[in-house]
Design a binder for this molecule. Structure first.
Ligand code: SAM
Length: 250
C-alpha cells in the first residue's frame, strides 16, 4: 500500500527567530530517496556552512530588542541564496520585503563588484533599521532601499529599470501573484524569481484553510507551477522557496 507523505510540525524555540520547523516524512515509494530534516540535521548544515558573521548576529539580536519581528530567512536559506547568486553570476537583484536587511545584506555580499540589490520595504520602522545595518555592513553603494508599497514602486519607479537577474519575494503573501506579474517583465530571460514560505508554515496542503496568507502561498505555488514562461520547483529549505527560471521565448 502506498503511504503518502505528510508534514509533521516540530515545535522548537530558536533564539534566532525561526521558531518552528517542519519535518517532511517522505512518501513510501520504492526507490525514492529522501531524509526528513530535524533540528539536529539542520544545525549540522548551518554549523558546517556558516553564513552569519558578527554583524548578522547583532542585527537579529537588535531586531528582537527593537520589537521588529525576527522573521528573516533562515541561515541555511541564506547560504543557499548566496551560493545560487554566485553560481549563476547574478549582478542585479530585486527584493520585495526588506525587514531589517538580513537577506538584502546576504544577497549583496554574494554579488560581484558593480552588482546591485534594489530592496523594497513598506514599513518605515523596518526600513530605518535596515538602513542602519546596510550602512554598518558598508553596503550603501550596493543596496538601494526603496520605502513604500511594493506594487506602487514596481509600477511607478522600478518598472523601467535595467533587467534583473534574480527577484526575491518575501512580503505580504496575498500579493505574491501580483508581484510575479509585475516582476516578469523586469527579469531577463534565464533569470529567476523566488518566493519564500512556499510551504506556508506547514499549512500549504490544507485545502480548507481560511488563512489568507496560506491561501496566497497556495495560489502563488500553483501560478508558478502553471505559468508558461516559468519553470519552477519548490526547494524545501527553511519554510520552502518556490524558485522559477524565466523564459520569455515561451
Ligand atoms: C518576512 S519579512 C522580510 C524578511 C527579509 N526578506 C529577510 O529575510 O531579512 C516581510 C517584510 O515585508 C514587508 N512588507 C509587507 N507588505 C509589503 C508591501 N506591500 N510592500 C513592501 N513591503 C512589504 C514587511 O513590512 C516586512 O518587513
Amino acid at each position: 500500500m502506498t503511504c503518502y507523505g505528510y508534514i509533521r510540525r516540530v515545535p522548537t524555540a530558536k533564539p534566532n527567530g525561526y521558531t518552528q520547523r517542519y519535518s517532511i516524512r517522505r512518501r513510501n515509494i520504492p526507490g525514492m530517496k529522501g531524509t526528513p530534516l530535524d533540528d539536529k540535521l539542520v544545525d549540522y548544515m548551518i554549523d558546517l556552512f556558516p553564513v552569519e558573521d558578527d554583524l548578522l548576529k547583532e542585527l537579529q539580536k537588535e531586531m528582537g530588542q527593537a520589537e521588529i519581528p525576527t522573521i528573516q530567512i533562515s541561515p541555511e536559506q541564506a547560504a543557499f541564496i548566496g551560493l545560487f547568486l554566485k553560481a549563476t553570476g547574478a549582478r542585479r537583484v530585486i527584493e520585495i520585503g526588506t525587514l531589517g536587511g538580513y537577506s538584502a545584506i546576504v544577497m549583496a555580499r554574494a554579488l560581484p563588484e558593480g552588482g546591485h540589490v534594489d530592496t523594497i520595504e513598506v514599513d518605515p520602522l523596518h526600513a530605518e533599521f535596515a538602513r542602519k545595518y546596510i550602512a554598518k555592513a558598508g553596503l550603501q553603494e550596493k543596496i538601494t532601499l526603496h520605502v513604500g508599497s511594493a506594487i506602487d514602486l514596481l509600477e511607478r519607479k522600478l518598472g523601467n529599470s535595467n533587467p534583473y537577474d534574480f527577484a526575491f519575494i518575501d512580503a505580504d503573501k496575498p500579493s505574491y501573484i501580483r508581484y510575479v506579474d509585475l516582476l516578469l517583465p523586469l527579469i531577463r530571460s534565464g533569470g529567476v524569481i523566488a518566493g519564500d514560505n512556499a510551504l506556508a508554515w506547514g499549512e500549504v496542503t490544507d485545502q480548507h484553510t481560511d488563512r489568507e496568507d496560506v491561501q496566497g502561498i497556495q495560489a502563488f505555488n500553483q501560478y508558478m507551477a502553471e505559468h508558461p514562461k516559468i519553470d519552477a520547483v519548490i526547494v524545501p529549505i527553511g519554510d520552502g522557496m518556490c524558485i522559477g527560471a524565466v523564459n520569455h521565448e515561451n
